[in-house]
Design a protein around this ligand. Structure first.
Ligand code: SF4
Ligand code: SF4
Length: 394
């Protein structure tokens, strides 16, 4: 949908629900997207395709205000994310402040830009946990997907430093059609690196991943084989080594995910420019979201229209409202409903009770048969730049 069309549907969609429900819980998990700048260019990045706010980032003191206000409301966990959060020179200062407030802190990083000096400084600042992403277990594929030479080698070095400095280490491998065949190598590498937890996360189709879906979506058969390989590996681990979490895309399921544990119940994302969102993809929706520069976190969480809009069940189509499973999945993902049907109030098409469920079959039937050779690599420019995979030299 174009921006114009999206604006045109904004008022009609946003007024469908009668009296939106109110917040009943505080935000427990704060995701601070410090910057959308990133040295890598992953074509599955969940960052917005249009990152116009990239150069208008919150200042150190504005971030501190957000942390303070969220903590006062009861938030306990703070994820530093991006883009690449290491590009913020004030990262150590922000981590130290967050720890002082009592947050459990987690750095979500590609590892590019990390040095031993910085990892030591982050330790001194009190950072609790590091989640390091890899694009592949194969150096060439890794560097190709991230579109950066020698990034695999750097990631290996950082993984060793993470262990040397006694951080709990979570590795994240984004699984796509390009690397799903190497799942056994991924698990062997994770074991060698002594990871504590490993997310084998098949990409969710938002942001750049939505743009590139026809290239990235594995077939059902590939997913089943990968899952069997993970189960075999777990069986032979005998309780020793990393804990593997295999996350499949819900495109092949009959029920949607309980997105964000319910809209505006648990998660709060703040983008680099200060937009406050109930989920990190929500900015694509035809709703106006508040900014932490203009309002307190409490005021936003409790009173903003966009946060109240999908709380409770007043907004639901009758299919979901009368469904005895509505407390399990809350009608599914609002961003997915909007991306696939153009209407954010519809039942998530993943649900096989939805009249739009046929859309999922149309999409999944095409997995593994991409018709174009063009993969769009993520950049920070406003327009979507296009490079062909053949153009890349790794
Ligand atoms: S997914 Fe890739 S491009 Fe996006 S923020 Fe992470 S490392 Fe950077
Ligand atoms: S109809 Fe709605 S509430 Fe019921 S299972 Fe499907 S998505 Fe969930």
């Amino acid at each position: 949908m174009t921006n114009q069309a999206s604006q045109a549907t904004k008022s009609s969609q946003a007024t469908k629900a009668s009296q939106p429900a109110k917040a009943t819980t505080p935000p427990l998990w704060l995701l601070a997207e410090l910057t959308y700048q990133c040295p890598l260019h992953c074509p599955y990045c969940s960052n917005p395709v249009n990152m116009e706010e990239t150069f208008n980032e919150l200042s150190t003191s504005q971030w501190k205000k957000v942390f303070r206000e969220a903590r006062e409301m009861g938030a306990v966990q703070l994820g530093f994310s991006g883009g690449e959060p290491l590009l913020r020179k004030d990262l150590e200062e922000l981590v130290a402040y967050a720890r002082e407030l009592g947050f459990y802190t987690n750095l979500i990083t590609s590892g590019i830009g990390m040095t031993e000096k910085r990892i030591a400084k982050l330790k001194d600042a009190g950072l609790d946990h590091i989640q390091l992403s890899f694009q592949s277990a194969n150096a060439e594929v890794n560097d190709l997907i991230g579109n950066k030479r020698h990034s695999f080698k750097q990631k290996l070095n950082i993984a060793k430093l993470v262990k040397a400095y006694n951080y709990p280490m979570v590795l994240n491998f984004c699984i796509t059609a390009q690397n799903i065949h190497e799942i056994e190598e991924v698990m062997a590498l994770s074991t060698e690196l002594k990871a504590d937890f490993v997310e084998l996360a098949t990409v969710q189709y938002y942001g750049w991943a939505y743009e590139n879906r026809e290239h990235l979506l594995p077939t059902k058969n590939q997913l089943e084989e990968a899952e069997q390989a993970v189960n075999r590996y777990r069986d032979q681990q005998d309780g020793v080594g990393p804990k593997f979490m295999f996350v499949t895309p819900d495109y092949y399921e009959n029920r949607p995910k309980a997105c964000m544990n319910g809209w505006g119940t648990t998660f709060l994302t703040v983008t680099p420019d200060g937009s406050a969102l109930p989920c990190h993809s929500a900015k694509i929706l035809p709703l106006t979201f508040p900014n932490v520069k203009d309002s307190s976190v409490q005021n936003i969480w409790e009173h903003d229209f966009s946060f109240n809009h999908f709380r409770g069940d007043d907004w639901m189509p009758s299919l979901c409202k009368t469904c005895d499973e509505k407390d399990k999945d809350f009608g599914g993902c609002r961003c997915q409903a909007f991306l696939l049907t153009g209407d954010m109030h519809k039942t998530d098409p993943v649900c096989d009770k939805s009249p739009d469920h046929h859309l999922m079959k149309t999409i999944t039937d095409k997995a593994g048969q991409q018709t174009s050779s063009t993969l769009k690599f993520r950049t920070v420019k406003n327009n979507i730049p296009v490079k062909t995979i053949q153009d890349l030299t790794v």
